[in-house]
Design a protein around this ligand. Structure first.
Ligand SMILES: [Zn+2]
Length: 411
């Protein structure tokens, strides 16, 4: 008998499905015209929950090398995300005294969207980023960047070369790490005795509360609650001493960690309070996870119901954005050019390409002015306020916005 999947943290066999989104292509594999008549690989998008440690996770169907060597996501195309990065930099400099004699390392540093603000203050940095195309863009901004995957091996090499970090940053990377324990070991090696790790990741409690099933995709191997992530850090000798709740990506956590023997840091009230809230919401019990699948199905039915009604009225719908999460939603709900004529994106890499699986063409944003659609379906719903403001000109011809998550809503 073939061996079933096991938990990427505690190695317990995985028996419980939290939600099954069917078969889906890799969400960043945008197609060029010549690929449209070819076979396209689809992989299961089934989320498990570990009955032992309650880590929510996908099986690793595709190697990270296949996913991340050329990546279409450039962080710097979102104004609000850049603003977030700048504020973060200022707050770290102030709170932890990060200065010119410090060394800051960001894991999965993307196009240098964040480290550029440390560079401007004269603080030594290193970005580590496996996708060569985005790393190149960081180097052009003056952010030194190593094109490598991070783990125990690279951390030991750096340490051997005399490099260790006062601040290790990982934003939206922990979810994307297939070998979680290797990555955690690497961080513990790289971090100076008194150093601080900060990591941001979408909060599982928000994902469940607000039906954010579209944030589930093959590139996100794990989905974290504070209770689960605390166990993982503790196993690797690290203490989470503070946590911020952030509005980014539909609700994220920023955790602050240090070595368990890392001096005078005490665990703050916010950590205890959030753990209590998670327990009260049910995150420490299996039933919480097992009831999510039905909620997701109902969200799909309601969205399709609305889109069908709009199309029957003879109206036109276009998409706004072609984010990874959009592709999970489009594939799971079966929304193709039968509902959406096209979508637009600010990222020129995607122009002239097609969404994976659903083959919706992607144009520059100007296309909206030319074709004057009746509805704009906002796929990056986490940026909906910014997008509704930027695109408010569609109201001059009576255009309206559809936001699909947490439930279909018209603006
Ligand atoms: Zn486990």
């Amino acid at each position: 008998m073939e061996k079933g999947p096991e938990c990427r943290f505690c190695k317990t066999p995985l028996h419980h499905t939290m939600v099954d989104l069917g078969m889906s292509p890799l969400c960043e594999s945008f197609l060029v015209a010549e690929q449209m008549n070819r076979m396209e690989p689809f992989y299961p998008l089934r989320v498990y929950v570990c009955e032992n440690c309650l880590l929510v996770q996908l099986e690793e169907y595709v190697s990270p090398e296949a996913i991340f060597n050329e990546y279409a996501y450039f962080s710097s195309f979102s104004d609000s995300w850049l603003q977030h990065a700048k504020q973060y930099t200022e707050s770290m400099i102030e709170r932890f005294g990060i200065g010119k004699d410090c060394f800051v390392v960001e894991l999965a540093s993307n196009d240098g969207y964040l480290l550029q603000y440390f560079v401007k203050k004269g603080i030594p940095v290193l970005g580590i980023e496996p996708a060569a195309n985005v790393a190149q863009s960081a180097v052009e901004k003056g952010v030194p960047t190593l094109v490598r995957f991070f783990g125990e091996k690279l951390a030991s090499e750096m340490r051997g070369g005399g490099q260790s970090a006062d601040l290790v940053i990982g934003n939206n990377v922990l979810a994307q790490v297939p070998d979680l324990n290797d990555f955690m070991k690497g961080m513990a090696i790289l971090l100076k005795p008194q150093g601080v790790i900060t990591m941001e990741f979408p909060h599982l409690m928000k994902l469940v509360e607000e039906n954010q099933y579209d944030t589930i995709y093959h590139e996100h191997f794990s989905y974290f609650s504070l209770v689960a992530v605390e166990k993982i850090f503790a196993y690797h000798g690290l203490t989470i001493f503070d946590v911020d709740e952030l509005p980014t990506h539909g609700g994220s956590l920023r955790i602050y960690a240090c070595h368990q023997d890392g001096g005078a840091r005490t665990v703050g009230n916010r950590v205890t309070a959030l753990k209590t809230r998670e327990a009260d919401a049910g995150l420490t019990r299996m039933e919480y996870y097992l009831s999510f699948g039905e909620k997701v199905k109902e969200t799909k039915r309601k969205l399709l119901e609305y889109l069908i009604q709009v199309k029957r009225e003879g109206k036109t719908i276009c998409g706004y954005g072609a984010p990874g999460k959009g592709n999970t939603l489009l594939n799971y709900c079966g929304i193709r050019t039968d509902f959406i004529d096209y979508t637009v994106d600010r990222n020129p890499y995607k122009h002239g390409r097609f969404t994976p699986g659903t083959h919706i063409p992607i144009y520059p944003v100007d296309k909206i002015r030319e074709t004057r659609p009746d509805y704009l379906l906002i796929l990056p719903w986490n940026l909906k306020d910014e997008i509704i403001k930027q695109m408010s000109f569609i109201r001059t011809w009576g255009g309206r916005f559809i936001v699909p998550i947490p439930e279909v809503k018209i603006y």
